[in-house]
Design a protein around this ligand. Structure first.
Ligand SMILES: [Zn+2]
Length: 164
């Protein structure tokens, strides 16, 4: 079956990010967090720097991974740069719903290029490739500001958690 034009566009955007990833590298003076996805063999090392208002002032990643994990990390870094922890949590939650095939309506507009990874939902074994960098981001925010702060910031966006 031939790929539709839309599929081709999606593939082109993903390929572009995976072959020329944005924010590739390690930030000087910060300890990167390493996370791997054993199912596929992807490894990511992510570093972030927060400013005094706890906004993500700088972000970089390296490591080795498949094209989905690399493209997703590149898209994620584009997206969360300059965002607060709360905003990053919201994006992470929307993205997680998207790749799990949930209907997120027009919220995909918030995801920028990352919305192009929607097709991953049809390949359950690749979902972890797509969410690896987001999981690394969340763990890194835990380290930077403390787990309780991140949990508090993220609690507004989780559908499956208990609401107060
Ligand atoms: Zn992978």
């Amino acid at each position: 079956m031939a790929l539709s034009k839309l599929d081709r566009l999606y593939r082109a955007v993903i390929l572009d990010h995976s072959s020329n990833p944005h924010h590739r590298g390690v930030l000087e003076g910060v300890t990167p967090l390493e996370l791997n996805n054993p199912t596929c063999g992807d490894v990511i090392r992510l570093s972030i720097r927060l400013d005094k208002d706890k906004k993500i002032e700088d972000i970089a990643f390296d490591g080795s991974g498949c094209s989905i994990s690399t493209a997703s990390a590149s898209m994620m870094t584009d997206l969360v740069l300059g965002k607060t922890i709360e905003e990053a949590c919201e994006l992470s939650e929307i993205f997680s719903q998207l790749v799990q095939g949930e209907d997120i309506g027009e919220m995909d507009e918030k995801l920028g290029d990352a919305a192009f990874l929607q097709g991953v939902s049809q390949f359950p074994q690749r979902i972890k490739c797509a969410t690896l960098s987001w999981n690394a981001l969340k763990k890194l925010m835990d380290v930077e500001v403390g787990e309780s702060v991140v949990e508090e910031s993220c609690s507004h966006f989780e559908n499956d958690g208990e609401k107060e």
